[in-house]
Design a protein around this ligand. Structure first.
Ligand code: B3K
Ligand code: ZN
Length: 884
């Protein structure tokens, strides 16, 4: 294997090596003289030795990266070169500092050369920053770690004509004209914050403005800053922001704490958005939406991300993380909060189903792969690699476990206590658990293991009915497979929300556990705390069907339920999540049987129960179209692959396609009837009910198109007539699979939308996700399209990310060309934008999930990435761990 020798390999940082900072920064005064080629940053830091530091004589070390030092003063006097050193990593060290000092530095940076989009950079001629996790050190010298919280004031000077808008964190504190066509603005943030929450935005932007009156009666000005021409796409983001502000007051008592809340949208951005204090910076994808350019999914993305970043104001900003190992303290908790919020806006059950689908699609495979790590990781090489589904989504699930265990009221008291104890400071995951424990009086110590142990627990259930004793014994067992560095696993506390259905009538039965005096109706929660536990139910009149893990009460895999039980649950359970999940598990089991038959060279066969389920679903769809839309499609290819010892993407795809065609044909009348009945009338609205109707209708269309030409013609008609992007894109994705209709529809779409970046992204994605034979070659070709650029992360994700993560069938093409093109792209992108390159390489690391010869081809491409000269430490970490 072509690994660099250990002397040059990037070093890992370990959680247990945490030491409090040697110095604290009481205040930071920054001055920016903005110029794309040469921006000058003057910084005045008031530094003081940390009374809690272990070494009272430690040197003063400030992080820095790629800074050109122009001048340095200590206590107002130029500081001689002999008194400090500049490290190879770019840092600045003062070996013998006094205990209190004022350090002034002046540095030069080149924002227009910053293609990594970390630190201060330009995009479309404007200036933006991204500092989390370690970007602030690319702006000025600073102890760039989250446990150093500082009061910042910022002054910005820039050419007035080119950069009329000058923004930073906090409240505005003055503005005026300077010399030579320049102007300036000053910002003061009264709240101490870590450097990762610093932000600056400057340029030619326009604001869509509104206001919000807080519960204590203060008016907050809300601005969304966009490029001229995008003003008509901000209404939903603004509406989502106001609803988020209100919800956080009502549900958690959290009130906004500045006079102004600014959001700036930028089209070059490494991730979704960033919660900088008072100045959130957003990927345009999560701000801009209007019906003809954004899909329902895009609208939901805007709502969720706006809420998420806003909620960070208390969970992340007011209370921040002591070190980056605690990342889930803010991310898991804030995802939990945004999930609660979105659930409250519409259907809780449908939101839960979508969240679980996302967890299974991204986090379960991560937890079973080479990058598996605990929610609170123990070490990292590049922290950027740990903004993962595990830290975010599994982290949110673990917060939900605590919420389930202690109940909503105690959880709210726990949040109050957490903020009371840690406001304006940097906390740990243990601090959060302690607050929940102290507020509830419930011993939560066993839940610590959920943060410490990687891997997805597998739970099995075995039921035994004793007719004579009218007794039902349920045995639950858990086991977590080994993950890298954690060969042995301990049992975790797993809440299993459940009920019992009568096997004959399908009706929910009251339940009484041995030792209880009275039977209970409805869902109850069993705690599985050891490797195995038995629960004995009394007075059970007939053999029951257990309904387990209702609401997905824990992030585990529930395995091995018999098919007949799954069918009963799918048809009858009172819990919508279990009803949905049982239907999916049933279909998955049938499909995996078909995959096995296909591999043996046998004909695929057909289980009529699948068509019956579709008909039943459509017949009851009016009661809850959004739910029906979730239940109608067959389980995805990734979900099926994850249940096989070794994946077989081709067999899975072929079986799924065969079934879709067959169901589409058998249920054509019902599908068609529903499709026509749900036709949209009236203007587009992104409310839950309308979204539900559109999703159901498009799910019907997908089956009809799979069944043949009639359906394809329907798709073509929808493509031509639809007035909203949801329906246009749903139709286009079906047409793109047809040699007859695809090319014309794609060309028309591009011609219509070539001026809209976010829509052009969709055009790339649809082609990257096509099942057509030439897709890998087409993806190569599209990389040379004039609209493609490796420099724009959205474009990279929309083409290469969609191909590698969203199209298992063609990515795992037997020729290996999918792997080779991904490796080529990673190698080309790494020197431009390491963070995006490291994300892109991920799918190659999952080679162990494929059978030979695919696995060998993937591994060789990963080796080729690892052998590339000057690889970034992030891509190095992903590639080397993938090969370990
Ligand atoms: N906190 C940011 C993510 C920063 C990612 C840095 N690589 C967005 C969020 O989670 O809200
Ligand atoms: Zn976040």
């Amino acid at each position: 294997m072509a690994a660099p020798d250990t002397a040059t390999a990037p070093r890992a940082i370990h959680r247990l090596d945490y030491r409090p900072p040697a110095f604290l920064v009481d205040s930071a005064d920054l001055h920016f003289d903005l110029d794309p080629a040469a921006t000058v940053v003057r910084s005045t830091l008031v530094l003081r030795r940390n009374p809690k530091a272990e070494d009272r004589h430690a040197p003063l070390r400030l992080d820095g990266e790629g800074l050109t030092l122009l001048g340095i003063k200590v206590d107002g006097v130029p500081f001689p070169k002999t008194h400090y050193t500049l490290g190879e990593d770019g840092s600045l060290t003062v070996p013998n500092p006094s205990d209190i000092l004022v350090l002034e530095t002046e540095v030069r940076i080149a924002p227009e050369e910053n293609t990594a989009f970390s630190g201060l950079y330009t995009s479309g001629g404007n200036f933006y920053t991204q500092c989390e996790a370690e970007g602030f050190r690319r702006i000025t010298f600073f102890p760039d770690r989250p446990d150093v919280m500082t009061r910042f004031t910022v002054a910005i000077t820039a050419d007035k004509a080119r950069y009329p808008v000058l923004l930073s964190n906090g409240n505005p504190a003055g503005a005026g004209d300077g010399e030579g066509g320049k102007h300036w603005a000053k910002w003061e943030d009264p709240h101490p914050k870590p450097s990762y929450l610093f932000a600056l935005v400057a340029g030619d932007l326009v604001a869509v403005s509104d206001y919000f009156t807080t519960k204590s009666g203060r008016d907050v000005v809300l601005n969304i800053w966009v490029r001229a021409g995008d003003e008509d796409k901000c209404a939903y983001a603004m509406d989502s922001l106001k609803r988020s502000m209100k919800w956080d007051e009502e549900v958690y008592g959290f009130e906004y704490d500045l006079d102004v809340f600014n959001i700036a949208a930028v089209s070059d951005f490494n991730m979704g958005a960033m919660e900088n204090k008072g100045l959130n910076v957003f990927n345009t994808k999560f701000v801009l939406a209007k019906p003809d350019t954004a899909t329902d999914g895009d609208y939901q993305g805007v709502e969720t991300v706006i809420a998420h970043e806003y909620f960070h104001n208390w969970t992340g900003n007011r209370v921040t993380c002591r070190d980056w190992f605690q990342l889930s303290l803010k991310e898991g908790l804030t995802v939990f909060r945004d999930q609660q919020f979105s659930g409250d806006q519409g259907s809780r059950a449908v939101k839960r189903i979508r969240d679980v689908r996302g967890l299974r699609a991204a986090q379960f495979p991560e937890d079973a792969g080479p990058m598996a790590h605990p929610v609170r990781p123990d070490s990292y090489i590049e922290i950027d690699n740990f903004y993962t589904p595990t830290v975010y989504q599994k982290g949110a699930e673990v917060v939900r476990l605590l919420h389930t265990r202690i109940g909503a009221q105690a959880f709210r008291r726990g949040m109050d206590l957490y903020v009371e104890r840690h406001d304006n400071s940097a906390a740990t995951i243990e601090d959060f658990r302690a607050a929940m424990q102290d507020a509830s009086g419930v011993d939560l110590s066993a839940f610590a293991k959920w943060y410490e142990q990687a891997g997805t627990p597998e739970v099995t259930a075995e039921g035994e009915y004793d007719e004579a004793a009218r007794r039902y014994t349920l045995t639950l067992r858990q086991k977590t497979p080994p993950t890298p560095g954690q060969p042995e696993k301990r049992p975790l506390p797993i809440p299993v929300a459940m009920g019992l259905l009568d096997a004959g009538t399908g009706r929910e039965q009251p339940t009484r556990l041995q030792g209880e005096n009275e039977a209970r109706t409805g869902t109850r929660t069993l705690m599985l705390e050891d490797a195995e536990a038995r629960f004995v139910f009394e007075d059970v009149p007939a053999p029951p069907v257990p309904s387990l893990l209702r609401g997905f009460s824990a992030p585990v895999k529930l395995k091995g339920l018999p098919l007949d039980q799954l069918r009963t649950l799918a048809a009858r359970d009172t819990d919508p999540f279990t009803r949905w999940d049982s239907g999916q598990q049933y279909a998955a089991a049938v499909m995996l049987g078909m995959v096995a038959a296909h591999r043996r060279g046998e004909p695929p066969g057909f289980d009529p129960a699948l068509a019956e389920a579709v008909r039943a679903n459509l017949a009851g769809a009016d009661a809850d179209p959004a739910f029906a839309a979730e239940a109608l499609p067959l389980p995805g290819e990734g979900f099926l692959a994850d249940q096989m010892d070794l994946a077989d993407p081709e067999a899975i795809h072929l079986v799924r396609r065969h079934l879709r065609r067959r169901i589409g044909a058998e249920c054509a009348d019902a599908l068609r009837e529903t499709y026509e009945r749900l036709a949209d009338t009236g203007p587009y609205s992104p409310d839950g009910a309308s979204i539900g109707r559109r999703s159901l209708r498009n799910a019907c269309l997908a089956y009809l198109a799979a069944a043949g030409e009639d359906g394809m013609r329907l798709a073509r008609a929808q493509f031509d007539a639809a007035a909203n992007m949801t329906d246009v894109l749903a139709a286009l994705s079906l047409l793109a699979e047809s040699e007859e209709h695809g090319p014309a529809a794609l060309a028309a779409f591009h011609a219509r939308w070539r001026g809209d970046e976010l829509v052009v992204d969709k055009w790339f994605s649809i082609q990257a996700m096509s099942a057509q034979a030439g897709t890998a070659a087409r993806v190569r070709e599209l990389q040379r399209h004039p609209d493609f650029s490796l420099r724009n992360p959205n474009r990279v994700r929309s083409l290469l990310g969609a191909f590698a993560s969203g199209n298992p069938y063609r990515f795992h093409n037997r020729s290996g060309e999918g792997y080779a093109l991904l490796a080529d792209a990673v190698i080309a992108l790494d020197p431009i934008n390491a963070s995006t390159a490291a994300r892109l390489v991920g799918p190659l690391g999952l080679w162990r999930r494929q059978a030979p010869p695919l696995s060998g081809m993937m591994r060789r491409e990963l080796e080729r990435v690892l052998a590339a000269p000057n690889l970034s430490k992030g891509t190095y970490e992903k590639a080397s761990k993938g090969l370990a």
